[in-house]
Design a binder for this molecule. Structure first.
Ligand code: MTE
Length: 304
């Protein structure tokens, strides 16, 4: 085997690092990834990462909520594989300086990818720890230029009935939509994720790009995003529309505010087994030091 000399230029030397990282993330298929070497070693470990042991690849990719592909936890893995995720573009519009339809590669341009190991708490009182690959949403918003009147960010999932068997049932008013207040969207904990475990995002987890807001219940983390709109007024959100008493706009993880039909005080960590000890749920899912200030003075019982 040829031993590389210190002076031999590598791909990293000739390519600006953010592009190189994005390029890596965009390489489709395990074969290409394997040939290029373990990506994990090259992705910088992002700030805010928890030390807790991540859930297995199997847990994270087999136990999913993605109602466009069915209501059972196993349905997304089974049904999402037919989703076409390439080509993919995202409309960025509303109160931005540079609105447009951006190819995914352009969206990712200059956004530094990192590994972020986050706790993920579903409103159904289960949780996981997930090693996402992603970048801060604020980087993208700054790139398109947020106009002064913008107060919220609205997100929309693809709606393609011929590839999404679940949308035949009107459990939600499709397309799936979510929203954040602008300061929540600009918070450095909020990421757009394009992969996990250093692999491209599996389709059942929201390929090719999904939101992750780790201090909020999982349904805020909208998958397979095709549109991001900066608005002045609070946007429509799917679960709030479907059951307003159960799902508020904020949906911050809060062990003190029960869901009308169950307590939010504890959670079952997927992987602990059905008889595993339940864990206490932490305020803001344990990210209170970072985000509590966003809600200073707000009544979190009224703004659930
Ligand atoms: N996004 C879309 N488009 N459709 C969905 O049904 N489910 C949400 C969220 N994003 C959902 C979605 C819910 S309830 C959760 S808990 C998380 O995705 C689950 O993400 P995961 O399957 O990657 O764990």
């Amino acid at each position: 085997m040829r031993h590389p000399r210190k002076t031999d230029p590598t791909w990293a030397d000739v390519t600006p690092k953010p592009l190189w990282l994005n390029r890596r993330a965009l390489i489709a298929g395990a074969a290409a990834l394997a040939a290029a070497g373990p990506a994990a070693a090259r992705l910088p470990k992002g700030r805010f990462s928890t030390d807790e042991a991540p859930n297995s690849w199997d847990d994270i990719t087999s136990y999913n909520n993605f109602y466009e592909f069915g209501l059972d936890k196993g349905d997304p893995k089974r049904n999402a594989q037919r989703l076409t995720t390439d080509p993919w573009s995202i409309v960025i519009d509303g109160l931005v300086d540079r609105p447009g339809t951006y190819d995914l590669a352009d969206v990712l341009k200059d956004q530094p990818l990192e590994e972020r190991i986050y706790r993920f708490r579903c409103v159904e009182a289960w949780s996981m720890v997930i090693p996402w690959v992603g970048f801060e949403l604020q980087g993208l918003l700054n790139r398109v230029g947020v106009q002064p009147g913008a107060k919220y960010v609205a997100f929309e999932t693809l709606l393609r009935p011929d590839e999404m068997p679940g949308v035949a049932r009107r459990v939600l008013d499709w397309p799936y939509r979510e929203g954040l207040r602008l300061d929540e969207a600009m918070h450095p904990l909020t990421i757009l994720a394009t992969g996990l475990y250093s692999e491209p995002m599996p389709k059942q987890n929201g390929a090719p790009i999904r939101l992750v807001v780790p201090w909020k219940y999982g349904f805020k983390s909208i998958k397979s995003i095709i549109r991001i709109t900066l608005t002045e007024t609070q946007p429509f959100t799917s679960w709030n529309d479907a059951a307003p008493r159960e799902y508020g706009f904020y949906s911050n993880v809060n062990p003190e505010v029960s869901h009308p039909r169950w307590s939010q005080a504890s959670e079952r960590r997927i992987g602990d087994g059905l008889f595993g000890r339940r864990r206490d749920t932490l305020m803001f899912n344990g990210y209170g030091d970072e985000v509590a200030g966003l809600y200073a003075g707000m009544d979190l019982r009224a703004n659930y």
